[in-house]
Design a protein around this ligand. Structure first.
Ligand SMILES: [Fe+2]
Ligand SMILES: [Fe+2]
Length: 247
């Protein structure tokens, strides 16, 4: 294919990324929940388009690995290669302004509630175990993302402790984490990937709500940084879905 075409693909990917960011700001500024919801729907479509163009670029044989660097550097773990997707930005220091049981309850929901890091880790690992051979790239991606979610869980555990609560595997209402929170879908890799996309979208939405509810600048900064990881996961899952489930 011509250079002109690939220039256009790059331009399309950039334009879509800008549109995604624009619709995110527009959704946040929406005067009511219904409008916010509709604009979020449009934003998700744009993310789909962005993922498609980025996946084209990443799959282009002539491109170096650096163009796919969000997928993470390859490391050797337990004798086999593992790629951990990374946002190239450090995490803010883990601290809180002062202990606060109400904020601890909100973070317990993110930690081990129904939509939580604990659920994400177990769901991605189960999908990692269950994916068929022809989804090897997705299998590896799921493991790498699960490891990042473990890091999020550790950060939340530290924060919950600083806020004055033990980080037990329960939500803010004291309900223990339950393995039924996982969307298993055995033998259905595309449905599994779709449910992983849904999980990332739900996590982003919940973290944004909690940023609104938590008046502590340190916690807000940490949750905002975690959201950047979740947005990367969402993009990588969406790209994988484009490659494996839409062809
Ligand atoms: Fe996470
Ligand atoms: Fe995530």
């Amino acid at each position: 294919m011509s250079d002109k075409f690939w220039e256009m693909v790059s331009e399309a990917a950039r334009d879509e990324a800008e549109a995604v960011e624009f619709y995110r700001r527009m959704a946040n500024a929406a005067p009511c929940r219904a409008l916010n919801h509709s604009i979020e729907e449009i934003r998700r479509d744009e993310m789909d388009h962005q993922a498609f163009f980025e996946s084209l670029l990443c799959c282009r044989e002539e491109l170096g690995r650096s163009d796919c660097r969000d997928r993470g550097a390859e490391r050797i773990v337990h004798g086999r290669p593992l790629r951990i997707p990374e946002v190239h930005e450090p995490y803010p220091p883990i601290r809180v302004e002062c202990p606060n049981p109400e904020y601890a309850r909100l973070l317990l929901d993110d930690y081990a509630g129904m939509v939580s890091e604990m659920t994400a880790i177990n769901q991605y690992l189960f999908h990692h175990y269950d994916m068929p051979e022809e989804f090897a790239e997705v299998t590896e991606l799921l493991e790498g993302v699960a490891i990042v979610e473990m890091h999020h869980m550790e950060i939340l555990a530290e924060l919950i402790k600083l806020l004055g609560q033990p980080p037990m595997y329960m939500d803010g209402q004291g309900r223990f984490w339950d393995a039924s929170y996982v969307s298993y879908l055995p033998g259905h890799p595309c449905e599994q990937l779709q449910s992983d996309i849904d999980a990332e979208q739900a996590a982003i939405q919940t973290y944004r709500q909690h940023i609104e509810l938590i008046d502590d600048r340190y916690i807000r900064a940490i949750l905002a940084r975690i959201i950047k990881d979740e947005e990367l996961h969402l993009r990588l899952f969406a790209q994988a879905f484009q490659r494996h489930c839409r062809c």
